[in-house]
Design a protein around this ligand. Structure first.
Ligand code: SF4
Length: 395
């Protein structure tokens, strides 16, 4: 039984094919003064998303009359964001884009093209339109059908950000004993601090193989009835590698209560809503406040019998026929993965400027939403033209 926020249908949030990250921007910025350091405590009513398909924190915001009254401010600020230079460096990108955390989805997008990720934040309407396309919707349907194969969804009324996050923690608490008993679980949230940045994701499926190894199984749906290109494969391997880092950190007890409370600006003493408390009780968890629930989750996961992830698997399905295309075991090189992650996070923490694709990956630009407006692509074309002109003048 998987609990979900009752406003789920209004949002359609989804993890690895979702727009959950940029949907956070209007929510997170609503009560933030752009001139004030973002570390200050907020009123706790704007959205933070655990990158989960199950809970719509944006919808919580939409149901808040006070928040609706701030629509004008929000729109003006969005225009201001568009006018800002990509290279403005008075705030780090984490601050500039009002991010308390990064999602695995966003980091995977970044590994495809960092500049594209930045444009998707500056021009969210374009990405939103793209996500309405048939293939994304079909992928969502297939994911949902798979999730419902093994667990029902119970809608729960949520009123605060803490309620929304509590639902995800309760889902974890519900799934941990199932996993300990050798069952498979789907949509398992994971989170932790990497290089000083809070990162969240949702593992598609966790199960044991015949050797008794714990496997992360990531379902990918494809329009083409063929295995992905090496470039796409690289992104997918990075994704499941991140899941392992985050999951292993949880079971090793590396995630601390303060990481969650401080990074996400959640109120520890916030009393959970009556429906959330009732749901907690129904799965054997007696809690009143968010802090009590967070303590319960962190102790349960770190003291559980769960092992670290042994194997990473990618499972490809064809969207048209819903039939399998093939499986692939993803390699895991922790040092390489951490180095790659460090490189991506260096942009978010303001240590370097964003960059677009290398010349040998210029083919990515041909299917990019931002091809016409991308400065990186324009500059690269100019450099190529100058080099060609120089070569012909020398010959
Ligand atoms: S046009 Fe190319 S470099 Fe620019 S955002 Fe798109 S993929 Fe990246």
């Amino acid at each position: 039984m998987d609990a979900s926020g009752s406003q789920q249908l209004l949002d359609g949030d989804w993890d690895d094919i979702s727009d959950s990250e940029f949907l956070n921007i209007p929510c997170e910025q609503q009560d933030i003064d752009p001139h004030r350091p973002l570390s200050s405590e907020t009123d706790g009513e704007h959205s933070v998303d655990f990158d989960s398909p199950s809970v719509s924190t944006l919808s919580v915001y939409n149901h808040n009359e006070e928040a609706l009254g701030q629509e004008t401010v929000k729109t003006d600020y969005a225009r201001g964001l568009k006018r800002k230079s990509l290279h403005e460096n008075s705030f780090s990108p984490m601050q500039r884009f009002f991010k308390r955390h990064l999602s695995v989805t966003l980091l995977c997008d970044q590994s495809w093209c960092e500049m594209k990720t930045v444009y998707s934040l500056l021009k969210p309407h374009l990405k939103r339109k793209d996500l309405q396309c048939t293939e994304v919707q079909r992928g969502k349907e297939i994911h949902l059908l798979r999730e419902l194969e093994i667990q029902d969804t119970v809608p729960i009324d949520i009123r605060t950000r803490e309620d929304a996050e509590a639902i995800k923690l309760l889902n974890m608490l519900h799934m941990i004993p199932l996993l300990e008993a050798g069952e498979r679980v789907r949509e398992f949230p994971v989170f932790g601090v990497q290089e000083g940045v809070f990162v969240m994701g949702v593992i598609d499926e966790l199960m044991y193989n015949q050797k008794g190894e714990l496997v992360v199984n990531e379902l990918k749906t494809r329009k083409c009835n063929s295995m992905p290109s090496s470039a796409q494969d690289k992104v997918n391997c990075f994704q499941v590698g991140l899941y392992k880092l985050l999951f292993d950190g949880l079971v090793r007890g590396e995630v601390k209560k303060d990481h969650v409370l401080n990074h996400l600006k959640l109120r520890s003493a916030q009393v959970l809503g009556a429906r959330v408390q009732a749901h907690a009780k129904s799965i054997g968890v007696q809690v009143t406040t968010f802090e009590e629930l967070l303590d319960a989750l962190l102790i349960t996961v770190s003291c559980s019998d769960l092992p670290c992830v042994d194997m990473l698997q990618l499972e490809y399905y064809h969207q048209g026929s819903s039939g399998p295309i093939g499986n692939r075991v993803a390699p895991f090189d922790e040092a390489q993965l951490r180095a790659e992650l460090q490189g991506y996070l260096a942009y978010w923490t303001g240590q370097r400027e964003p960059k677009g694709v290398d010349i040998e990956e210029a083919w990515k630009c041909r299917s990019c939403l931002y091809e016409q407006t991308c400065d990186w692509r324009k500059n690269r074309s100019q450099v190529s033209d100058q080099q060609a002109a120089h070569a012909s003048s020398c010959s």
